[in-house]
Design a protein around this ligand. Sequence first.
Ligand SMILES: Cc1cc2nc3c(=O)[nH]c(=O)nc-3n(C[C@H](O)[C@H](O)[C@H](O)COP(=O)(O)OP(=O)(O)OC[C@H]3O[C@@H](n4cnc5c(N)ncnc54)[C@H](O)[C@@H]3O)c2cc1C
Length: 402
Amino acid sequence: MTASTANIPIAIIGAGIAGLTLAIRLRQAGYAVKIFEARSEEVGSEGAFLTLAPNGINALKALGLAERISARGIQTLGIEMLNASGKRLALIDERKLQHESAAASITLPRSALLEELLMAAKAAGAEICFGHALTDLEREGACVVLRFANGVAVRAAWVAGCDGVWSKTRRLAFPDAPPPTYTGLTGTGGFIDLPAVAPTDGFMRMVFGEHAFFGYIKAEQGPVFWFDSFPLAEHDAMARPDPRALAAFTRRLHAGDPEPVGEIAANITHVPRAYPIYDMAHLPRWHDGQIVLAGEAAHAVSPHAGQGASMAIEDVVVLAACVTHHSTRPAAFAAYQELRRERAEHVVKISRQRGTQKQAKGRFALLLRDLILPWVIPFGARTAHSVMRYRADHAPLVKPGL
Ligand SMILES: Cc1cc2nc3c(=O)[nH]c(=O)nc-3n(C[C@H](O)[C@H](O)[C@H](O)COP(=O)(O)OP(=O)(O)OC[C@H]3O[C@@H](n4cnc5c(N)ncnc54)[C@H](O)[C@@H]3O)c2cc1C
């Protein structure tokens, strides 16, 4: 497709990870883009932190942002997994893989990632309209007319739905699409200053506790980055408890966990919100020739494999390559779906499998889990590492193997 200099811009719905990276990449290729974001503020504090895997950092290289974004986080060398008594179940050392992939895993506050992406999108010349929640869309000849909750209506050359797991774009464009599935787990997370807690030497330490799963990482300087996940009924997961009540619940959940998890949990006084964890195994269509989906709008990945953000950035690199390479939009979108869908569904599956390991309840189930995990984890790590080796920045138009 030739770069559009016409007055009608491409509309991107959502200024999250997929939306901002797509705007940057399309601007770099010379397209006029406008982002419409429901949030009224530029960068919220929601979402605590995430880890970008080597494949995500390598995808960021295509945008020229890998170094800047890596500098905002903690280099994460691997994962140490412990059982409820503090006994090591496995140590997954990613250093060899990271060396071979020429990229580290980076754990960073979500707000830092969004800040960098927002800055880069503005510098690239993308127009960003906050306070614009998409409510309706209508195909009108070669264009799409978008309507927003604030009464604004806009005409777009084509639309990229980057509006996350509950994507309104997806629901409007593909009303028969299956909804996301609740995985049975809910998560929380945050940052806490605890100088007495020892640094984790670059490793994310994760504990399969008696009642819940807990993970944390701490650099030489700075706070403890912590998260947890626990089984919860969907109805309860959708409730929005008071942050102090949620903190009290978190303290109780981890009170018996091995140190320093017990100590970290005991000091948690405020948990802004919980995240019910949904995923979406298969979406029959990612596009209709005028409207295309990327990131969680196309393939919601539960966070257990630490791949959702990386997959969103990969999507964008491949989508932008298809748009610039193919002479028609339908051909570009069809190529994008063909290149991405199988890999995304594979990652959704891996992540879902990891999540089931966190659902064990009762003494017998915990005992069995302790016996099985040391065998299962190395196999899971090999699968995860093969996902991390993919280089979207090198060959975005070549279908990756699984
Ligand atoms: C607790 C938790 C921990 C996670 N940890 C990791 C991790 O360690 N590593 C990792 O790779 N991934 C992780 N993830 C997943 C990762 O956060 C997502 O995969 C990633 O944010 C997806 O990016 P996205 O741009 O597709 O969606 P989002 O980041 O959700 O962005 C969607 C944007 O669209 C906007 N929007 C929604 N509806 C509308 C509308 N109607 N109109 C306009 N705008 C709209 C939203 O406000 C939002 O800004 C985690 C997720 C959770 C919940």
